[in-house]
Design a protein around this ligand. Structure first.
Ligand code: G3P
Ligand code: CA
Length: 246
């Protein structure tokens, strides 16, 4: 099995449920709880800046509106991505990937960068994010790149083949092995509901590390770790803390 430097517990969207997702404030909360790895969602602005946002649209997690990838960074940086979560986060901006890398360096945190392209931008986003990640994470443990978008993963592989990649699946695919082999993935990242113990064994026997999302129940996290899953991605960064043991 290939080298896997990452911890068992990963803070989903930075700091899960304790701060507005995919912001620097969320990463700060994750660090305060002692987490050593964060997951977050990266996409491109219309003018090629890489920033964090989960949805295609701005409405759910900010005071902006419309498709984020159709806006220039000069518009996106005016968006308040904190007030929707709570008054104390008023004015929290959408972070650039470069700012997130600086936080990771400051805290000594590892990263799982989910490449989350806006519709139709998979190849471009995969390439730009991988090239930026190579530069921004220089000298740190390499960020683990993952995506549901196979074009994005393929572009990341071509642009920065040395960065580890993981295939994300929300529904089971029987061709998982063909895809992970072609893209030279080190890991497969699955909705935990897709897994039973036999599938964990099968994936591990194929030489893949396994990350599961989004696991918010400690009993389920313990079960998955006992089965041999490598990492749990959780919103509940307080109850499933960095030292969680099955
Ligand atoms: O990377 C795991 C997980 O974050 C994927 O689902 O929708 O939370 O981005 P989602
Ligand atoms: Ca994600």
């Amino acid at each position: 099995m290939n080298n896997w430097p990452y911890p068992h517990i990963v803070a989903h969207r930075g700091g899960g449920k304790l701060a507005p997702e995919n912001t620097l404030a969320a990463i700060d909360v994750g660090a305060r709880y002692g987490h050593t790895m964060i997951e977050f969602d990266a996409k491109l602005s219309k003018d090629g800046q890489i920033f964090l946002l989960h949805d295609d649209n701005l409405e759910r997690t900010s005071n902006g509106w419309g498709v984020a990838g159709e806006l220039a960074w000069s518009d996106l940086l005016k968006v308040d991505a904190g007030s929707w979560f709570g008054g104390e986060f008023k004015g929290e901006p959408l972070p650039l990937l470069s700012e997130v890398a600086n936080r990771c360096r400051q805290y000594g945190m590892m990263a799982n960068i989910e490449i989350k392209p806006s519709t139709g931008t998979g190849t471009l986003t995969g390439k730009v994010v991988a090239l930026a990640a190579r530069e921004l994470w220089a000298g740190m443990i390499p960020p683990l790149l993952s995506s549901f978008d196979i074009d994005a993963l393929e572009a990341a592989q071509q642009a920065a083949p040395e960065l580890p990649r993981g295939l994300l699946l929300d529904v089971w695919r029987d061709d998982w092995q063909a895809i992970t082999t072609r893209l030279a993935c080190v890991s497969i990242h699955l909705n935990h509901k897709l897994l039973d113990e036999a599938r964990v064994r099968m994936l591990r026997d194929a030489g893949l590390h396994i990350l599961v999302y989004t696991v918010n129940q400690p009993a389920r996290a313990a079960e998955l770790l006992r089965w041999g899953v490598d990492a749990i991605c959780t919103d509940n960064i307080d109850t499933i803390g960095p030292h969680f043991q099955p």
